[in-house]
Design a protein around this ligand. Structure first.
Ligand SMILES: [Zn+2]
Ligand SMILES: [Zn+2]
Length: 287
């Protein structure tokens, strides 16, 4: 892939400032690759997409260490920097659906899908970066209507540390993962070529991650209660169903004997087989 080593955003090593190649003069710069810290050259020709290139690309040099994910590191640095300097960000969050598995006392099991939250637009306020919370170092942290809300950015080569997130019960906290993949990268450079927009694409991806990248819920404050309520409802339904089954009436058509309760393989009175046994319709209650 020709675009693999192209870098869209450079880092000012001393101030931590991020700059888009759009906003940079062509040629040697004081910016470095956010991933490997190699100095960057801004290439702004008429034919190729504007981009930063690593200044030393002498791959025969034994000191040369290839950058692992220059595009994605650069993108995530830009996302952190732009979000923090904006301080507030309107975000459209995807719905959160989960599956609850219930095992009843009698060994029966049930799986039911339920909605933790519908898709909605929120305002993430007081954004800052570099926050460690509940065992995870998040890229962005802020507040949504007074509730702590964090964002973790992932891409090929950086996944969410599953199992590290330890949130105490009923904490007022929410967290999502925004994932950038190879197809995002391809589209990014395509749009960059067509429109020249780089920074704007990062802002758009943060504002509507499900549409422009992909997004997954890591934690939702209401999930524990939603699943607890649903579990209780399902347990009650199951108990009622078991209770109904215990009051079922049966009749033997050989001897006309009737009984209430469990279905039996044979008539307890004349011992004929199940062929003669019929389940009676429950009598309509007057209530
Ligand atoms: Zn690099
Ligand atoms: Zn019978």
């Amino acid at each position: 892939m020709g675009n693999t080593n192209l870098v869209p955003f450079g880092l000012d090593g001393s101030s931590g400032e991020i700059i888009s190649v759009e906003a940079c003069d062509s040629g040697r710069t004081r910016y470095v690759c956010p991933d490997c810290k190699t100095p960057l050259i801004a290439r702004k020709g008429n034919v190729r997409t504007w981009h930063f290139a690593h200044a030393c690309q002498d791959i025969d040099d034994p000191r040369y260490v290839p950058c692992t994910a220059p595009f994605f590191s650069s993108l995530c640095s830009a996302a952190r920097s732009y979000a923090e300097s904006a301080a507030n960000l309107s975000m459209k969050l995807a719905a959160y659906q989960d599956i609850l598995q219930v095992r009843f006392d009698d060994g029966a099991t049930l799986e039911q899908e339920y909605t933790v939250t519908n898709s909605r637009r929120v305002l993430l306020e007081h954004i800052h970066t570099g926050v460690s919370l509940y065992g995870v170092s998040f890229d962005l942290a802020g507040e949504v209507q007074g509730v702590q809300f964090c964002v973790y950015l992932t891409h090929p080569g950086r996944s969410f540390p599953a199992g590290s997130l330890q949130v105490p019960d009923d904490a007022r906290f929410g967290a999502i993962e925004i994932h950038f993949d190879e197809s995002f990268k391809k589209r990014f450079w395509h749009i960059a070529r067509e429109t020249g927009h780089l920074k704007q694409q990062v802002i758009e991806a943060l504002a509507d991650p499900a549409r422009h990248a992909s997004m997954k819920w890591l934690y939702h404050a209401r999930k524990a209660k939603r699943s607890r309520d649903l579990r209780e409802r399902l347990l009650h339904q199951h108990e009622a169903e078991v209770g109904r089954r215990k009051t079922q009436r049966y009749r033997c058509f050989n001897c006309t004997y009737e009984w209430v309760g469990e279905e039996l393989p044979a008539c307890p009175n004349c011992h004929v087989g199940a062929l003669y046994i019929s389940r009676l319709r429950p009598e309509l209650s007057s209530g």
